[in-house]
Design a protein around this ligand. Sequence first.
Ligand SMILES: Cc1cc2nc3c(=O)[nH]c(=O)nc-3n(C[C@H](O)[C@H](O)[C@H](O)COP(=O)(O)OP(=O)(O)OC[C@H]3O[C@@H](n4cnc5c(N)ncnc54)[C@H](O)[C@@H]3O)c2cc1C
Length: 423
Amino acid sequence: MELGSKSLRKVAVIGRGTAGSLAAASVTRLHPESDYELHHIYDSRIPVIGVGEGSWPSLVHELRRLTDLPHETIQRRLKGTRKYGVAFEGWGAPAGDFTHFFLPQRVSYGYHLSADLLADLLHESTRARHIDAKVLDITRVEGGALVECEGMAPERYDLVFDARGFPRELHPDRHIEMSFIPTNSAVIRRCPAIVEEEGEGPVQQHTYTRAVARPHGWIFVIPLTIHTSYGYIFNRHVSGLAEVEADFDAFLEAGSVPQWEQRAVIPFPNFVHRRMYDGAVARIGNAAAFMEPLEATAIVSAQLQIGMVLRTRLHRPAKYVERDAATVSRFLVDNVLRYGLFVGWHYSRGSRHDSEFWRYARDRAWPRYRQTADPEAVGCDVLRKFDDMIELLNRPVIDKADWIRMCGVPLTSYAQISRGLGC
Ligand SMILES: Cc1cc2nc3c(=O)[nH]c(=O)nc-3n(C[C@H](O)[C@H](O)[C@H](O)COP(=O)(O)OP(=O)(O)OC[C@H]3O[C@@H](n4cnc5c(N)ncnc54)[C@H](O)[C@@H]3O)c2cc1C
């Protein structure tokens, strides 16, 4: 039987954000044949989001594999610091401070990284023809897809990675909206670095993403060696931008942050595309799914999407492409919903702020999770998997055989959050 790699002669990656850059470098690295074509298409007039600055440990290993550079070099190139987990401040009931560590605790780390520098690094490891053009349409054709760019004749590809960022609008037929996640907007500011490089080596200091509960939502603090990134995550239907900005000012002032630069105000959807991959077109990154950045699930999701699609497409027999696509797509949708339930659950116990936002988050948004994740509505049994994790946590003794259980993230992560929130 002919392997999929033999029939994967022409690949397009659309988009040069984190997701598109990861996909282009992955195709370069993983395609076992030498005589294939890779076109990396992006419109330089459409900016990337550029705020994916927190990651999981899997990215550390993935970047080493994709670039062939030593870890130390990669970290310095990314102006990165080592992220050992997320430090929550003022979450839960009774409200308190706790850390969600990557495990093994204080050993395993991801990066805090500059998203722009990550794309540059990945480009150096990509062999592709670069095309600066606006994609107008992608249409399925027998065994592949046609990509139509502005001012150019349509071109046919065997596989297209669509990494064009957030969809313009959500449509219930195509998207599942995770309405149990209570936030939908971010104000991003940049402040001077609080962690600095010393000498030749990478910064080894342990750092954590701070997630600080505030009256209108929460603020992330991500330390890089070139700047510190701050983001106020809130719900624009519950709080006005002016009151969010005023509270942001107060937070920075209380932290003695001397100066800051306003970078962006970003509305975002919490959603997953029902069909991420159809055998010829794979939606990845923010085009496929997104949820608020509380647990930095976007880059790790893009890694999984790209890895699953490429590996099955390259290494499974070509005749199984359509069948594999349905399975891969289902798996990826299920995985995003698991992340979504894990993230939404963080709001279930409120916070130290008895404000309109937190009452909305705890009493109105989160309770929708059962209806949203109902198997009839989402086509998978993610709700049962999530319930199973909560049931495990409530047992007086957790059997050793269950320690390795996961629902998006490992049982150990659920245990840390449960304890931290006071569940
Ligand atoms: C507030 C906030 C904080 C975040 N924090 C984190 C975090 O800590 N960790 C994390 O993992 N993720 C985080 N993310 C998610 C992060 O944004 C994404 O992981 C990352 O940016 C992936 O984006 P993307 O590549 O899918 O899309 P984008 O960055 O939007 O890139 C889209 C690309 O497509 C191109 N394009 C668009 N339309 C066309 C067209 N018609 N033709 C040609 N090219 C086109 C654009 O030019 C661009 O190159 C955060 C997101 C937000 C909103």
